[in-house]
Design a protein around this ligand. Structure first.
Ligand SMILES: Cc1cc2nc3c(=O)[nH]c(=O)nc-3n(C[C@H](O)[C@H](O)[C@H](O)COP(=O)(O)OP(=O)(O)OC[C@H]3O[C@@H](n4cnc5c(N)ncnc54)[C@H](O)[C@@H]3O)c2cc1C
Ligand SMILES: NC(=O)c1ccc[n+]([C@@H]2O[C@H](COP(=O)([O-])OP(=O)(O)OC[C@H]3O[C@@H](n4cnc5c(N)ncnc54)[C@H](O)[C@@H]3O)[C@@H](O)[C@H]2O)c1
Length: 462
């Protein structure tokens, strides 16, 4: 006999937990199924451990920029202590706290691998091999996330490279490192391991710049900073074959050059965790992203009972944007009028490198591609008193993308130390469609870096 619930959530990452908690708070009988650890990738193998690995180097770079503090820097990073803190921020890969939270939120929990077997029907294989049948009267929500993509490069799989999980959980600093992919994971991991002590780090990006989805100025700023850190940045090139032998890993590039290192990280993007989910049983293709509408309903399934939130729908692969979708999907399931539109127009992203890269909404290029008449206004991050107060030699860049027809901001990029904290003001301006004439009255405090807002609005002509 199937156990009947109003809502069955498959996948207990940050996004699944959020949707389950919200529908349960709305009074719906809810069960969440998780095959590994409640909290998912972000808590144990992604956001939290990666930020912990970056922090010691970031703190040192901030101190180096600060006359007086600089003198106190003697000696090396205590790697053991840094890794202990990483382990603590990853909750020692123990999810008992999050399981307790689910219970306190009134969500039933089943540990096991879930598979769709029919419309609204989910079977779960528990760790001891027993099977449970679940049935959802109202909705099944898929929140199974994504896994690291492994490109079909000769010798790569056999060489057992590090994926993002190994890169964030390694127990020692590799003496040298090749990083394939200059996106978010590659950039953060190259910096983290270089600042923790890797002597030689090569970062290889196939496009012509790092973080190629962001404004061009981002890639240039990051490449300069990484070069200063001693990271070798190679753009516009690819690895064509890989081999592990004699304790090293060798990567041949498309121009014939061969690089060698102790380890190689593959960070070339993600693929959806939909391969073993029983999608065929409801007429969908395994291994594909689940396409959703703005109510987060899977579009290729009739009757509106199947929802997909977070990485698995491929809309926006960030924890906070997935959690936003989770709130919207929960409200739709609860019968409220809700649509997830901000993850298309005001998607926030912060890459925690030095300098930090923070962006929201459109770049000038993507806005023009959408047919918008935009104008960019720019100001150096370091050219305000707030930045001078932070330290010496602070460079960076700030840019607002302004829709000339509507007189509102549609995108913003901030590059500099701590830039992520500037982002929410821009997000509010974009989501609120606040006219620039009105923003002109939002006065940044002195001496904060937020004064860049004032300078950019002056440049716009206010
Ligand atoms: C190295 C790295 C660093 C990152 N840093 C950041 C960051 O700083 N900020 C940020 O916003 N984003 C960051 N991200 C992205 C972020 O981790 C993801 O966007 C986020 O984890 C997606 O959440 P999710 O709940 O959709 O998926 P996941 O966290 O992947 O959770 C999905 C869960 O579903 C479970 N599952 C899968 N299939 C089944 C099944 N059949 N049955 C039962 N359970 C199943 C999985 O075990 C998993 O626990 C980072 C990613 C990486 C790789
Ligand atoms: N701070 C954060 O919020 C954070 C940190 C890490 C990851 N993330 C999320 O996780 C997602 C996945 O990150 P990711 O870095 O794996 O993917 P990504 O899509 O951000 O970057 C992958 C990069 O690899 C490059 N590439 C592809 N094939 C290549 C090849 N064969 N050789 C060399 N380069 C190649 C791509 O051009 C791209 O720049 C990101 O899109 C982001 O949403 C977020």
């Amino acid at each position: 006999m199937a156990e009947r619930y109003e809502v069955v959530v498959i996948g207990g990452g940050a996004v699944g937990e959020n949707v389950a908690g919200r529908v349960a708070a709305g009074g719906l009988r809810t069960v969440l199924v998780e095959k590994e650890l409640v909290g998912g990738e972000c808590s144990y193998w992604a956001c939290m451990p990666s930020k912990a690995l970056l922090r010691p180097g970031e703190a040192i770079m901030a101190a180096r920029r600060t006359p007086g503090a600089r003198a106190a820097l003697s000696g090396d990073i205590d790697v053991d202590e840094a890794l202990r803190r990483r382990d603590a921020l990853a909750s020692h890969w123990d999810d008992s706290g999050q399981v307790e939270w689910l219970e306190s939120a009134g969500v039933d929990f089943v540990r096991g691998r879930a598979r769709l077997v029919d419309e609204r029907k989910v079977n779960v294989i528990e760790p001891d091999g027993s099977m449970r049948e679940l049935e959802a009267a109202r909705a099944v929500v898929v929140a199974t996330g994504s896994v690291a993509a492994m490109p079909p490069i000769k010798g790569l799989a056999e060489a057992a490279p590090w994926d993002s999980r190994k890169a964030t959980t390694a127990r020692s600093v590799p003496e040298s490192l090749i990083v394939m992919g200059g996106g978010a994971v590659g950039a953060e991991m190259a910096q983290a391991w270089r600042t923790l002590g890797s002597h030689k780090v090569s970062l290889i990006e196939s496009q012509d710049r790092l973080l190629p989805g962001e404004a061009a100025v981002v890639g240039a700023a990051l490449a300069q900073s990484f070069t200063d850190m001693g990271i070798e940045v190679r753009t516009g090139t690819r690895v064509v074959s890989v081999e592990r032998r004699d304790g090293s890993i060798f990567a041949e590039l498309d121009d014939g050059e061969v690089l060698s290192a102790q380890e190689l990280i593959v960070a070339v993007g993600r693929k959806p965790a939909t391969e073993d989910l029983g999608l065929e049983s409801i007429g969908l293709q395994a291994g594909e992203y689940l396409r959703v509408d703005d109510r987060l309903c899977v579009v290729d399934v009739p009757a509106g009972w199947l929802y997909a939130v977070g990485d698995v729908n491929g809309r926006n692969l960030f924890t906070h944007m997935g959690k936003y979708q989770a709130r919207m999907a929960a409200d739709v399931i609860l019968g409220k009028k809700a649509l997830a539109w901000a993850d298309a127009t005001a998607n926030t992203r912060v890459i925690f490198t030095d300098p930090q890269v923070a962006a929201v909404g459109l770049t000038a290029e993507s806005a023009r591609n959408k047919g918008l008449k935009v104008r960019s206004v720019e100001h150096p991050f370091g050219a305000v008193a707030g930045a001078a107060a932070l330290g010496e030699g602070i460079e960076g860049h700030c840019e607002l993308v302004i829709d000339e027809d509507r007189g509102i901001i549609v995108g913003a990029t901030f590059i500099g130390p701590g830039a992520g904290e500037l982002l929410h003001a821009a997000t509010i301006a974009i989501v609120g469609e606040v006219p620039l004439e009105r923003l002109w009255h939002a006065v940044p405090a002195f001496p904060t870096v937020s004064e860049v807002w004032l300078r950019m609005m002056e440049k716009y002509g206010l």
